[in-house]
Design a protein around this ligand. Sequence first.
Ligand SMILES: *Cc1c(COP(=O)(O)O)cnc(C)c1O
Length: 356
Amino acid sequence: MTQPWHGLINQYRTFLPVNEKTPVITLNEGNTPLLRAAHIREIIKEEVDVYFKFEGANPTGSFKDRGMTLAISKAAEENAKAVICASTGNTSASASAYSARAGISCIVIIPEGKIAMGKLAQAMIHGAMVIQIDGNFDEALNMVKEIVAKYPIVLVNSLNPFRIEGQKTAAFEVCDQLGRPPVYHALPVGNAGNITACWKGYKEYMAAGRTSGLPKMIGFQAAGAAPIVLGHPVAGPETIATAIRIGNPASWKGALAARDESGGMIGPVTDDEIIEAYKYIASKEGVFCEPASAASLAGVIKLSKQNYFRAGDTIVCTLTGHGLKDPDIALKVSSEPVRIKADLAALEDTLKGCCI
Ligand SMILES: *Cc1c(COP(=O)(O)O)cnc(C)c1O
């Protein structure tokens, strides 16, 4: 890179709804690594090229920062005093960080039950007002929609069109980093803002002559929270992948359009398949993502078993968030540390047959 990176609004300004009066609220998000999978042949037999777009490398540890830099910059432009979101965790982490930087109050409504500890910690330390309801994400989002209809508070869920505008830049980066669009782009699908945004990005980049083609968009929902796959809302969504535990996605139509216009698909992956991919990505590829993120690769592995891909296909998997947000799950699916006395002989004994 020849020029220093100043965040994605500065990088992709001509593609974004900003003007010289927009205060740019940035944490230098974007420009995340695109990593070629090094050991994929161990699990996928076809000669495909798999890349990971590691969005966990964003400032608050998820792709949500791409949408939030724009949503909060626009809120600041409008002199908003407060923003609000419903969140399974990462939206609140991102909203609270960017709001802190902008000097805007942030209210986050989180569902009952498991919110990954790291995400909750982020919202708390950035000074957001955190409110937990005894209801699920879909109920939280409905409440938030009613509040913004009544009071001058800006909604920063992905129903806010600026969120989608910012998030589309992930597609620009993939084209820039790869030198072309991939044949397939795989993503986890929760509220479906990201698949909607990436597809928009690919189309706009091609229309501007920056890239020469379009990928097929393939999205994956957790089997216990798969409304788009089933074709109807799910009342009690359940999955270990809390970031995609959503039963009635806000961008449902956008996801269907991305799927159908691109000639892709949206399918289910089980929690076991998600955890298998999650462990593979960390233990073989050296990348620690959160469980929901691994749904993208889990889906690709599943499709490869059905001979969905052809030799030579390039597949980009978005890894949406950082694994450190949810260390409990990493510990739960790993074996316990070996315990020995503080004694050299005991250590040598333990290492025998493995490394010495
Ligand atoms: C938000 C989120 C998702 C789901 O993205 P949508 O745009 O809601 O479909 C997936 N993974 C992680 C880590 C997220 O934070």
